[in-house]
Design a binder for this molecule. Sequence first.
Ligand code: UGA
Length: 429
Amino acid sequence: MKLTIIGTGYVGLVTGTCFAEVGHQVICVDNNEEKIKTLKAGHMPIYEPGLEELVKKNVAAGRLSFTSSTKEGVEKSDVIFIAVPTPPQPDGSVDLSFMEGVSREIAQAMTSYKIVVDKSTVPVNTGKKVAETIKRYCKAKVDVDVISNPEFLREGFAVDDFMKPDRVVIGVASQRPVAAMKEVYAPYNAPIIVTDINSAELIKHAANSFLALKISYINAVSVICEASGANVMEVANGMGMDRRIGRQFLDASLGFGGSCFPKDLSAFINISEQLGYNFGLLKEVQRINAEQMDRFVKKILETMWVLKNKKLGVLGLAFKQNTDDVRMSPAIDLCLRLQKEGAILRVHDPKAMEKAKAVLQNVTYVEDMNAVAEGCDALIVATEWPVFKKLDVERARKAMTHPIMFDGRNMFDVDEMEKIGFIYKSIGR
Ligand code: UGA
């Protein structure tokens, strides 16, 4: 099928590439000319495992192309996907100006029937507004079907998640576009749920908020584990073996971050309030998440007493493993708080150091993770990069003035670290 994706961020670029990979003819549009130039030159604006190879392969096969012209994208395709940012506003509501702007651009470029699909995460009732806007601004008086098709991919696993989705959700106002959408997704062999637009939009906010709730729940349990001498990893394993609960998203941590959970929680609370419901449960999820970081900083302060002029090594800057994304990263938040206390930081991340430089200055960026500990009073693990498990802890211990480790992601074994000679403090154990 002929598909256009408007917006080449983490979701748009992965979506377009993975559609091309299964044989569709795809045009990716972005109004950022620099980004389009970068992509045309065969370079990636983001790091996502496996993406670069797939982009190159599909461009070479003639199935994937890039343009900054929305008009071209709309004219040449039957189905137009919108994957533009929907950033948070200070009051927690969502800024939908990109959605509105793109809706108008699509309308102005339309000369025949199109299916317009919203892939961006949006508050319930947005699809209706997009449909109204397109109908209002379309001069050609042609028909349009607006669909909600939320995306569930995780950064760091995006290609895999897209190629093997648990489910595909399609929210429609009529049956007319359903066959075409089923054809778009047929190659992925995933269950397809066809529902109304508002339910589809709510599925996304409800799912992300539930996952965030799961993390806050285990983080709250981790506090009880610490107070009672239990081990949160044992508790999570035991809980997770109940298939009704599941083990995923039960990793206690210094809190969740990223461009999705914090924003989507605020947005869901905000839209619920507008609809007359005080979603107190989700406010508590936010509170526990913030408190988890406070507790981690307190743990560091209690052990180190004063941080002024102490040298701390920090492993991890990205908001999670396998990504270079530092938006709303708990690791960056932690670094800034430690700097405020006067600490001198040596930091490392396998992929996120370039992006971190824009938000974290006056630190030493260290290329080799095994060199971070040199001369440090303590070492901190802030992101769950699997490679950190391979840290040469013996070398780190010898290189440090004091072998103390604060592990915000429970990457190491408590007994082993203590045997090596570390004062080792983690989460909920
Ligand atoms: C999340 C959802 O998982 C995706 O399904 C969704 O499509 C995406 O948001 C989105 O709305 O676009 P993402 O933000 O990429 O994906 O990353 P996650 O893997 O969900 O991790 C989010 C945060 O939770 C990270 O900071 C991570 O470190 C933290 N986390 C995750 C924990 O602290 N504990 C866990 O057990 C799992």
